[in-house]
Write a protein that binds this ligand. Structure first.
Ligand code: BYC
Length: 472
């Protein structure tokens, strides 16, 4: 179904046929707009931004480009098309038709998953609120705003599900999604990584590479949900997510490129004296964002995850492409954890290890970007290699939580950790340095901050000097 733009809330779910639901969402809409004004990109209400807006959920409809004032962005409710023959692919309900309504016994479980997913979306917008002030170019500024608008739409996607399928509880949860705030000591966001600051553009690119990629894997698992409206919502969200990860990967790549160019040109490792970001500092930011994002997958052995799977509410990554019984009751899986002060490999029931399995898929995917980044460094003839740290490094959730583990996977004493922490994670001095490079925003079309190379091509094939944002 095409998206109906004549409605206050664009949608492809025939909202007009359900007056009660429509009214409830129209009541929530001004609260969302107030939140955007207060917590969204700061001081940008009047900017015209070259954004893509979905005008249908079809392949040719979701990427329509044009200038938009962000408060007027058409946030709407778009679900991927319905397969009337879809069946649940795994667990106790395997082979049964996908649910079009919430089964009573799964209500609180599903609500909780939808709320957790929904909570991350506005959280990331809050985290990125001030970045526009220090954008390294109009191209980057536009990408930031695109991501912010789409995260706002992803919030709408989850709020629709809460309103449409969870009654009064769902409406209350939708209110709470606007009341918790990233980093708020009294009402923080639910998951750890979404309470960290994103104070500079190196952090932003690492966040969109590593943390948005957690989004990809969680959304892909929820896209396997037996609750069909959730599955269809996540499928459409995944299409938009790809650009967010592209921004992260290419952003890091461009910083590396600039750094390597300067190192070669000036025959020096000391690129800080040239106003660029040195590779060891990039490694530290990478260590931080990777480890914080690993926590987002939950405990290695989790009865929650086993229950989600058995009940049919959350599957594995690309569940239907895996060749096994899709029940996993007799299977086993190896996980790494810490016992008696040592890192050990343990075999546990496959069902309990689903968080870890998803984390493995994620780690493998993360490594691909590093291959490309390292290629650029190698091509510049610089003997340096970026590495993913050991999965036990700097963890706060799961079997490695609170353990002192080096990036190369050695158990450390507290004293060893303290002596080396500053080599592995950004220090206050590193953060001060990186922040010192930020801003004021570079707003001349086609110009870039000194510490980052231009992109290889523009958005929607626009030329290098395209005016992606007009300030008015
Ligand atoms: N922080 O049994 P466990 C995105 C809690 S990102 C704080 O392992 P489970 C995006 C856990 O809640 C994707 N608490 O839990 C990216 C549980 O609490 P209770 C977001 C944590 O349920 C960028 C307890 O510890 N989507 O879209 O198997 C920009 C036991 O843990 C954390 C989702 O996360 C943590 N990191 O796994 C914008 C999908 N981890 O029961 C957007 C929905 C665990 O003791 N969420 N806990 O009170 C889920 O599937 C699951 O909730 C989790 C946790 C995978 C997160």
């Amino acid at each position: 179904m095409a998206i109906d733009y004549s409605q206050l809330i664009p949608n492809n779910v025939d909202l007009a046929s359900d007056r009660r639901l429509q009214r409830a969402l129209e009541n929530w809409q001004p609260r969302f707009r107030d939140w955007w004004k207060e917590m969204g990109p700061d001081g940008t209400a009047n900017f015209d931004v070259y954004l893509r807006t979905a005008i249908s959920a079809e392949a040719n409809g979701w990427a329509n480009f044009g200038y938009v004032k962000m408060p007027d962005y058409r946030w709407g409710i778009f679900l991927a098309g319905q397969d009337p023959n879809r069946v649940i692919a795994y667990g106790d309900n395997k082979g049964k038709p996908a649910w079009q309504e919430v089964p009573g016994e799964l209500r609180s479980t599903l609500r909780r998953l939808i709320v957790t997913q929904g909570d991350t979306e506005p959280a990331s917008v809050e985290q990125q609120r001030l970045l526009g002030k220090t954008a390294p170019s109009l191209y980057d500024l536009r990408n930031l705003f695109q991501i912010n608008c789409e995260e706002g739409r992803h919030l709408w996607a989850m709020v629709y599900l809460l309103h449409a399928y969870f009654g009064r509880d769902g409406r209350e949860e939708a209110e709470m999604l606007l009341e918790r705030h990233s980093g708020d000591p009294d009402k923080p966001r639910i998951l750890g990584a979404f309470n960290e600051a994103t104070p500079d553009w190196l952090s932003f690119f690492m966040f969109t590479y590593f943390t948005d990629r957690d989004g990809k894997y969680q959304l892909a698992s929820l896209a396997e949900s037996g609750f069909d409206p959730l599955s269809r919502s996540c499928r459409f969200m995944l299409i938009e997510e790809a650009h967010h990860m592209f921004v992260g990967e290419s952003g890091v790549q461009r910083i590396i490129q600039r750094t390597c160019d300067l190192m070669k040109e000036h025959k020096t490792d000391d690129v800080r004296s040239l106003g660029a970001i040195d590779l060891p500092t990039m490694q530290k930011y990478l260590n931080f964002h990777f480890s914080v994002s690993l926590d987002l997958f939950g405990q290695e052995a989790s009865t929650n995850a086993a229950n989600y799977y058995t009940m049919g509410v959350k599957g594995r990554y690309l569940e239907t492409r895996i060749e096994d019984d899709h029940l996993l009751t007799g299977g086993s899986f190896d996980i790494d954890t810490v016992e008696d002060g040592r890192i050990v490999r343990k075999t546990v029931p496959a069902l309990s290890a689903l968080n870890e399995r998803l984390r493995n898929d994620y780690v493998e995917d993360c490594a691909k970007g590093l291959l490309r980044w390292n290629k650029a460094i190698e091509q510049a003839g610089i003997p340096f290699e970026l590495k993913l740290p050991h999965r036990g490094f700097n963890r706060r959730i799961g079997g490695f939580a609170g353990q002192r583990i080096s990036p190369d996977g050695r158990m450390l004493s507290e004293a060893e950790w303290k002596a080396n922490e500053g080599k592995w994670l950004p220090t206050d001095e590193d953060r001060t340095y990186v922040t010192s490079l930020m801003g004021p925003a570079v707003i001349e079309p086609g110009k870039f901050a000194n510490w980052i190379a231009p992109p290889q091509r523009g958005i929607n094939n626009q030329p290098a000097n395209f005016e992606y944002v007009r300030f008015n």
